[in-house]
Design a protein around this ligand. Structure first.
Ligand code: ADP
Ligand code: UDP
Length: 237
């Protein structure tokens, strides 16, 4: 398997073609962005921590029956994945109120959400990822009914698996964002699951151990990701 030319470079990862048409290489960079790319910084070691963290979580999800794009780690910052036809939507589940939900609905950060909420957002930086619903997805052809149902069911299965995994490590899974794609007719989890795309709080102190440290300028961003990785038993090198 050989690495070919870059296909796409996003805000945090670069994607390369390979000589297998069904496989891509994801390169997790140190670049960190917030507010649709308005705030950007390079954070030492973040690419490597996220690559290894993502590999660990994707393997746990695969073991729990969630189809994922993850194939194998290739190097400190690179993984081999299945090439998906991505659906341009983000699936967000929330167990505790935080972030945009608090702004939108005027609720207090930290409020328990039981049952958890599910939201779709359109993946479009220029439009600031607006919230959408199933009707928009169907009307604009971003996914079929079957794919919508699969994304919702798989996102909740991920919640069941990961809430427990994190709680056993003394962490609350506050919320997270997933992206899915089609692989030869199957809806498969793509992109990443790392502290860049979820909120994790210490279950005792509620200390933030995710990208909110970067968004809110709290410092110790990669150190917090490393602490989470350490608590979960993610091998970091
Ligand atoms: P963004 O595009 O939001 O700036 P990234 O920097 O993380 O995000 O870029 C990674 C891009 O690769 C995203 O657009 C994501 O949808 C896409 N992607 C992730 N996994 C796959 C995959 N398995 N197949 C095809 N595209 C993928
Ligand atoms: N999220 C993400 N990428 C996005 C938007 C959100 O990874 O483009 C994640 C975010 O890290 C959080 C969850 O999705 O874990 C919910 O984010 P929210 O809607 O609260 O938006 P934010 O406060 O990040 O603007």
């Amino acid at each position: 398997m050989n690495k070919l030319e870059p296909l796409y470079s996003g805000k945090a990862k670069s994607v390369y073609l390979t000589d297998d048409v069904d496989k891509l290489i994801l390169h997790f960079r140190n670049d960190t962005s917030a507010f649709d790319g308005e705030k950007m910084e390079k954070l030492e070691r973040k690419g490597e921590v996220n690559n290894r963290f993502n590999a660990f979580i994707m393997q746990k999800l695969e073991e729990a029956g969630v189809p994922t794009h993850f194939e194998k780690l290739l190097s400190a910052e690179e993984s081999l994945v299945k090439r998906l036809e991505m659906m341009p939507v983000e699936c967000v589940v929330r167990n505790i109120a935080a972030g945009s939900l608090c702004k939108r609905l005027g609720v207090q950060e930290g409020m328990d959400l039981s049952p958890p909420t599910f939201e779709f957002f359109l993946k479009n930086d220029a439009l600031h990822d607006p919230m959408i619903n199933e009707y928009h997805i169907r009307a604009f052809g971003w996914a079929t009914d079957e794919q919508i149902t699969a994304m919702q069911n798989l996102t909740f299965t991920v919640n069941d698996v990961l809430k427990k995994l994190f709680l056993d490590a003394g962490l609350l899974l506050v919320d997270y964002k997933l992206e899915f794609g089609d692989f030869h007719g199957q809806t498969v989890l793509g992109d990443e699951f790392t502290p860049d795309g979820c909120r994790l709080w210490d279950s005792e102190t509620r200390k933030k151990l995710d990208k909110d440290r970067f968004r809110q300028g709290l410092g110790g961003v990669v150190e917090a990701y490393e602490e989470v990785a350490h608590r979960l038993g993610v091998p970091l090198s």
